[in-house]
Design a binder for this molecule. Structure first.
Ligand code: ATP
Ligand code: MG
Length: 975
């Protein structure tokens, strides 16, 4: 079978038309589950296999990271040989890479993307530099910060630049001046002028400090393209085919960006379902689609109506509901037929279950799932519980816990409120500020010190009576007779230890980074070891959260001028005040667990059984909250809808929720959610199920269930880890394979548990060198000039002060790195040819194992291919360098990848040792590659079986200075 027919096999005729459509704009409009995303994926695969486009000429944009990853995987499976270079990602990731490639042209030295809480802090730090008055009331100056930032973000969605906003404000001012009677207008004009000027200042400040916010990730590339024709042209020529999934939800600015990029080739494919537009706020769902036809009036339109996901009963019910959005629907306006025909056989299970209270509802849902799993042939992962808002998920998670059902919650938050993280935070707070009694209280009561509640209370009471801190009291226990008599000698010893430890860590924190101090504490106290050696799912979950917190500590250190505990904790406090509470660790994706997620997050996904919960008026549809500073209508470029836009958007959201289901849908609601009056059942249920005003049957909880509710919630039930079946694709990187082959337990520590480690200084050094070298080539290949100081500054940016033996050690290393880069720069200046690829991603399939990775550099000269990897280690003998190259599993895998992708084994592989400038070279043959395949298969088989037996050896533990030696009981110290 030819490659092409493999790709086209199984498509219906409209899909085939879309997939094989040649050049020019193409609009695919279709309802849910008709294979829109599939069509995009197939089209990419088709373009590649028929050689209509090189992979690197294809740009595919989607909405979430998850969707992008899935699309990439699907393309990998469809293209039977390996390939490399299709750009698949989210708009933000795409914008980010454009910014990185052109940072200097944009005058952005250091590219820090601010999260929302960081944005708030940034704004507050500069609050009095903004020309604000009405929106900065002196009684509460920070009151409007969030509202102002929301306004800016809306302006950025609508491609409203500060200049445009200012012009609008001037016009308003003129109008007000012309009519002195219109006092209200004058007031509005003044307020608008204030926000417009602040918007301008905000953008200036961001630029000045080298920061961008999420909105900038789209607006700045747009600005770059608008102002630099040559740069735009380069990208236009590069991306010959552009494809956009979920086009209905791209905002106006994103569409402008895509339009510019596609202006040259006009090979732009967008797929859209206006009924699933759920991020339009005030702009109508159909704006983009109508806008697309305006820009490309000759675009080919294809409508798909065959649904492959859901039963006919589900489709009809969803269709009935969405028709309530007429006439603001494309189907209605353009007279197309979007009514879906199901290709899925199945019953008609669409039920509404109404309960007396929220707890009954939550219990009912858990029971329903339990019973179905026990009686029918389905597993936990077949279920999705969809919530309208993250905060409504809690009761459902609890009731799943009660009956021991594992779950994953994608909308999770609350890392800082987790016990294990609170423990770390209270340690840091106590070190930073001995007088912080609340933190010290937590710390003393923690499992590390285990000071009894009685003794703690005694000390706390004393402290508060005397208006003293707990630390003060702790340090004077023997002198305070009432405490001295009451507290046992063991507890006194504990208290002394706490004081000693705090003083010791405070000393340490003068010279060491937050991460180092924290790591030392959790490893020296034995806490980390205890956590890693108790094999329960709750300790695994804790470990992952701890690892996340360490990530935060690391990334924050980049923001701080001095990464020291006291600076860190004050910054953390600011973040927390700004509402920051990052997500807790995700459960293992392979685990069999019920999916709990918001409807927004469920977009594009599918599940056999969907339960939409909390369906009462005020929750779903949610109440509309007016933005406190709305973007003026005349600045909104979308078409404003005629009907109740909020209700319409909620209805579309409901439609998205329903159309996730393959076989069964349950709607649940309750009368009592704790408010004064009973709640009304959501109008969407009535619309979808065509219910009259009949009485609803109310499910009530039994007395026993009511009593059971006061039982403490169990901790999260054990996740069921299954082996990964052969038929499921397993994605592995070189690092995973290497770690697994070195020691399966190490693999578990690194890739499953993410156990935090102290970074070795060599890793810091290597990463910074690598970053600088890559930046050099990336900019070079993008056609930009690079100066020596540019790469030095990248080197410094990648640098973190972690793991060095002393300040001198670090300084010398920094200096050495710059010296190495200086020599590197001299060398490469003399290079005549540029590499063909730098940092190029590849992927290929070996059976059902998908190997992904990235070549540092690929050279092709006179038809001879050389794959190069950079090493920061300092090998000085040519023989040694050659040997390492010959034996490198990494290079062997890279060579194998090249063979899979381009059909030939590279002539050479090389390791470039940056320190000495030495090059190790080797030639690999079929035998080498066959052995490499064996190794990959060996690792994959073990990882699939989830077998993580330690494989201790002198080499693995000692020679490689395993970072987990402190916690590993299998560690081999000497041969
Ligand atoms: P949504 O609107 O929810 O994003 P969609 O239109 O993007 O949905 P897909 O997710 O691409 O739809 O496909 C829905 C389901 O139908 C998937 O399980 C997919 O594998 C299946 N499917 C799509 N096309 C076909 C086909 N021609 N034959 C069999 N199954 C198909
Ligand atoms: Mg889709």
């Amino acid at each position: 079978m030819s490659l092409t027919s493999k790709v086209l096999e199984g498509l219906n005729s409209q899909q085939r038309e879309a997939v094989t459509y040649g050049e020019g704009p193409l609009l695919l409009i279709a309802g849910a589950g008709t294979g829109k995303t599939q069509a995009i994926t197939w089209r990419i695969a088709h373009l590649i296999t028929t050689k209509q486009a090189k992979p690197e000429e294809i740009l595919a944009l989607t909405f979430t990271e998850k969707a992008a990853a899935e699309m990439e995987e699907r393309v990998d499976i469809l293209v039977p040989y390996g390939y490399t270079g299709v750009w698949i990602g989210t708009f933000h990731a795409f914008g980010d890479s454009i910014l990185k490639e052109n940072a200097l042209e944009l005058g952005l030295a250091d590219l820090g993307v601010l999260t929302r809480p960081e944005q708030i802090i940034f704004f507050r730090d500069h609050l009095f530099e903004f020309p604000l008055s009405y929106y900065r009331p002196l009684g509460n100056p920070a009151r409007f910060i969030k509202a102002i930032l929301t306004l800016f973000s809306r302006a950025k969605d609508e491609d409203v630049t500060p200049e445009e906003y200012l012009n609008y404000a001037y016009r308003l001012e003129e109008k007000a001046k012309a009519d002195p009677e219109a006092l209200e207008l004058a007031e509005v004009a003044a307020q608008q002028m204030e926000v417009a000027r602040t918007y301008q200042k905000y953008e200036e400040l961001l630029a000045q400090y080298g920061k961008v916010d999420f909105g900038n990730q789209i607006t700045l590339p747009l600005k770059l393209f608008r102002e630099h024709a040559a740069i735009l042209k380069r990208y236009q020529e590069r991306f010959r085919y552009i494809l956009v999934d979920e086009f209905q939800d791209t905002n106006y600015t994103q569409f402008q960006l895509v339009k510019l990029l596609a202006a040259h080739h006009e090979n732009i494919t967008v797929v859209a379902d206006d009924d699933q537009s759920i991020y339009k706020f005030r702009g109508a769902a159909i704006s983009n689609v109508l806008g697309f036809m305006d820009v490309y009036p000759k675009a080919k339109q294809i409508v798909l109506t065959q649904n492959y996901r859901s039963t006919q009963a589900i489709l009809d019910t969803a269709y009935r509901l969405i028709n309530y959005n007429n006439p603001d629907r494309l189907e209605f306006r353009n007279n197309i037929d979007k009514r879906l025909i199901s290709g899925v056989k199945g019953g008609k299970v669409i039920k509404h279950l109404h309960y007396d209270t929220l707890s009954s509802e939550a219990e009912g849902v858990a029971k329903l799932i339990k019973e179905k799993v026990e009686r029918e042939n389905c597993s936990y992962r077949d279920f999705a519980i969809l919530v309208r808002a993250n905060k409504s998920a809690d009761p459902f998670l609890r009731s799943l816990n009660m009956v021991d059902i594992p779950w994953t919650f994608s909308g999770n938050k609350g890392l800082y409120s987790r016990e294990e993280v609170q423990f770390l935070i209270s340690f840091l707070q106590s070190v930073a500020d001995f007088e912080d009694s609340v933190s010290l209280y937590y710390l003393a009561a923690s499992e590390v010190y285990q000071l009894s509640a009685r003794n703690l209370t005694l000390c706390m009471n004393y402290a508060s009576r005397r208006n003293r801190s707990l630390f003060y009291t702790f340090s004077r226990v023997p002198e305070i007779s009432e405490l001295d008599e009451e507290i046992s000698p063991e507890s006194k010893a504990t208290i002394e230890k706490i004081i000693r430890d705090l003083e010791e860590y405070a000393d340490l924190s003068i010279k060491h980074t937050t991460g180092e101090v924290l790591y030392k504490f959790i490893s020296q106290s034995g806490w980390l070891k205890k956590l890693t050696s108790s094999p329960s799912s709750s300790s695994e979950e804790k470990l992952k959260n701890v690892a996340r917190f360490f990530d935060i500590v690391r990334s924050t250190s980049a923001v701080l001028t001095h990464d020291r505990v006291s600076q860190f904790t004050s910054y953390l406090n600011l973040l927390m005040e700004a509402g920051d509470n990052p997500a807790v660790a995700e459960a293992d994706t392979e685990a069999d667990a019920v999916n709990v997620l918001t409807v927004h997050k469920a977009k594009g996904l599918e599940f056999p059984i969907v339960i939409v919960v909390g369906l009462v008026s005020g929750r779903f549809p949610s109440r509309w909250r007016r933005e406190s500073i709305p973007l003026p209508d005349s600045l909104i470029k979308d078409i404003l809808p005629s009907g109740d836009f909020h209700l319409q958007e909620e209805r579309r959201l409901f439609y998205v929720g329903m159309t996730r289901a393959k076989k069964e849908i349950y709607f649940t609601s309750a009368q009592d959610y704790g408010g004064k009056r009973p709640k009304k059942v959501s109008q969407f249920i009535v619309e979808a199920l065509d219910l009259g005003k009949k009485e609803m049957l109310i499910h009530k909880a039994s007395a026993l269930e009511v009593i059971g509710r006061s039982a403490p919630p169990l901790s999260k039930p054990h996740q069921l880890y299954e082996s990964v079946p052969e038929r499921r694709v397993l994605t592995l990187s070189y690092w995973q394979i290497d770690d697994y082959l070195t020691c399966p337990l190490k693999y578990k520590y690194v890739h499953i548990l993410h156990v935090p480690i102290m970074q070795h200084h060599a890793v810091v050094y290597g990463r910074a060198l690598h970053g600088a070298v890559q930046e050099y080539y990336r900019r070079k290949l993008a056609g930009n000039k690079v100066k020596e100081e540019d790469i030095i500054s990248v080197f410094q940016k990648f640098w973190t002060s972690e793991g060095f033996l002393s300040r001198q050690h670090e300084e010398q290393r920094l200096e050495e790195g710059q010296e190495v880069l200086h020599r590197f720069y001299q060398r490469v200046q003399a290079e005549e040819r540029l590499p063909v690829y730098v940092e190029k991603e590849f992927s290929f399939l070996l059976g059902n194992n998908r190997i992904i990775g990235r070549w540092d550099r690929v050279d092709v000269h006179n038809g001879e291919v050389c794959i190069i990897d950079f090493k920061s280690s300092n090998v000085r003998e040519k023989k040694k360098a050659d040997k390492r190259t010959r034996e490198s599993l990494q290079l062997a895998i890279y060579a194998l990848a090249y063979q899979k992708v381009f059909g030939k084994i590279p002539e050479r592989v090389e390791l470039h040792f940056l320190g000495s400038g030495l090059v190790g070279a080797a030639t690999l043959d079929e035998d080498n590659l066959a052995r490499t395949i064996e190794k990959i298969n060996e690792a994959a088989a073990g990882i699939r079986a989830r077998s993580y037996e330690a494989k201790p050896s002198y080499g693995a533990c000692h020679l490689l200075t395993c970072a987990y030696q402190g916690i590993c009981t299998h560690y081999v110290r000497s041969s």
